[in-house]
Ligand binder design. Structure first.
Ligand code: RIB
Ligand code: CA
Length: 310
């Protein structure tokens, strides 16, 4: 499977990138960084650090948008720490950022690869994806599928009572992506809140005992403290790697085709994903909205694949 991951690392983004790099089924064509959890200068650096921790300095990393389409950037250092990857000792990556803009890489790759053979996996704000669609609308018919972490329905929001962070940061971009017509898989908080980094699961990752797993454990121990306090849970939701897990083993998940629209005008509910789960409108069913997951099966897969990272 040919994949581009669009990301704002982020400790849970790191788990997603490691799952992809540890899975031989995935040919990771490139990683495109976007401003989100922390500013772009950090998310692109973090993406390269994560690749290096995984022994993969060959991966192409591009920098993309440093702010949303039309709003000021909102970041989440309170969750991810000042670096965006707090937890392990970080280092200056030994390989360079690719020249060229992430949006050009996304467009060129989709126009040059055979149609419907490249999947996009956005796990941060959707700014880069929307800019690529604006630059070359023809890519919408060439994307195999967009598998995104974002939104919430019964689970509602996490950065506001009604909005999930990735959608909240750039609702206009999200609206363009959900309207683009490409096959869309939405991995909302309704699913990611069911994959909690419990102590026993983190201990199993620690037992892998390779450099990537050691770093991931340090990331998760830092990252989960915020959600444990907020939700009173053992561990926190491991949002982003669920998208990669869906690519690898979709049978771990359950959901249904729904219409999804994005709130972009209301101050109170900006970024809300309005999911017509019960089919009460005639609006186009534009996304496979997932609602349930085999959490143990997900962690078994994550642990099995991170163990492949020499
Ligand atoms: O709301 C969770 C999402 O926001 C995850 O992608 C996390 O990394 C942050 O980007
Ligand atoms: Ca993310």
């Amino acid at each position: 499977m040919k994949v581009i991951i669009d990301t704002d690392p982020g400790q849970d983004d790191a788990a997603a990138i490691m799952l992809a790099l540890g899975s031989p089924e995935i040919d990771l064509l490139g990683i495109t960084a976007v401003a989100g959890n922390v500013p772009l200068a950090l998310t692109e650096r973090n993406a390269r650090i994560i690749c290096e921790m995984s022994g993969r300095t060959d991966i192409k990393v591009f920098a993309g948008a440093d702010r949303p389409l039309s709003r000021p950037l909102v970041t989440a250092e309170h969750v991810h720490g000042k670096t965006g990857l707090d937890g392990p000792n970080l280092f200056e990556p030994s390989f360079q950022l690719q020249d060229g803009h992430a949006v050009d890489f996304i467009v060129d790759t989709l126009m040059n690869e055979a149609p419907e053979t490249v999947s996009l996996c956005p796990i941060g704000p959707l700014t880069n994806i929307a800019l690529a669609l604006q630059k070359e609308p023809a890519i919408a018919g060439r994307i195999q599928q967009i598998v995104l972490m974002g939104g919430g329905y019964f689970a509602q929001g996490n950065i506001t009572p009604s909005a999930e962070f990735n959608i909240f940061v750039d609702p206009e971009a999200a609206a363009e992506v959900f309207a683009c017509g490409a096959p869309l898989v939405m991995m909302p908080l309704d699913v990611t809140h069911k994959v909690m980094t419990t102590k026993s699961r983190v201990d199993r990752i620690r037992d892998i005992d390779n450099p990537a797993a050691r770093a991931l454990v340090e990331m998760l121990v830092f990252y989960e403290r915020f959600d444990e306090e907020k939700y009173g849970t053992d561990g926190g939701p491991l949002h982003d790697p669920t998208t990669i897990a869906w690519l690898l083993r979709p049978e771990l998940f359950q959901g249904r085709m729904c219409n999804v629209e994005i709130e972009t005008t209301s101050k109170l509910t900006r970024g809300a994903t309005v999911v017509d789960w019960w089919g009460v409108t005639k609006r186009r069913k534009n996304a496979l909205v997932l609602g349930d997951v085999d959490a143990d099966g997900f962690f078994d897969l994550l642990i099995e694949r991170v163990a492949n990272l020499g």
